[in-house]
Ligand binder design. Sequence first.
Ligand code: DGL
Length: 267
Amino acid sequence: MDNRPIGLLDSGDGGFSVVKKVIKKLPEESTIFIGDNANMPYGNKSKEEIINLTRHSVKFLLSKDVKLIIIACNTATAVAMPTMQKEVKQQIIGVVQSGSLAAARATENKNVAVVATPVTINSHAYQREINYRDPKIKVTELAAPKLAPLVEAMEDYETNLKVVKESLEPLKNKNFDTLVLGCTHYPIIQKEFEAALPDDISIVDPADQVAQYTFNVMQRDNLFAASGSVAKHEYYTTGNVSSFEKMGRSFLDDDSLTAIHVNTENL
Ligand code: DGL
């Protein structure tokens, strides 16, 4: 039994999409989510910069005494996870491994497309992880540099749809039956992805499998909070508090959500 919170980190608002699934799957667990909005986007930074920024957020979460850490960011999972696992004794859970497992299970024609940030795509982390599960799966990778900043800008549906359609254009005629939302910002505009794609494409949000995997790890390591615990959820950002709160309130459907500004650089 362990009543400490679960820590989650992302470059920005995208982590809310993982927080939502984790809270749903583990309703008695407290969570602490930090979005590094001041440094967003991570998707076009160097490996060294991303490792350094991820380290700051990890240190912040450890200062809050979290029992495990979910890197709720594909970009940070793709390039910073092995380093964090070496540096920290807490269990660290990434999103790419779970997303790959879900995609390998979902595809029937063995043809998967992955849309993600340039860093995630250039790392080929998804291709590697999907093919590790099934070498016969064809993986088409597409970098979409405009999409995470688009989500963060909280534009209207029509604007989002137009940019999603343009971004997915290179996937035309690729014959995939499964599309992985390989950036945690994308599930926030999942409706626009659904509208931009034919109805028979399965859209994989890795967060579902991340929540299941987190549950499994906590069961294995006896990390569940005491039964009947009332969960507390805390939100921190290195960026603008009111836009972070606005996104959190709308996506988690919780008008009482409040966030706190933090500076993680000097931890
Ligand atoms: N949400 C992040 C991800 O899952 C990245 C967005 C960004 O900062 O570029 O990759």
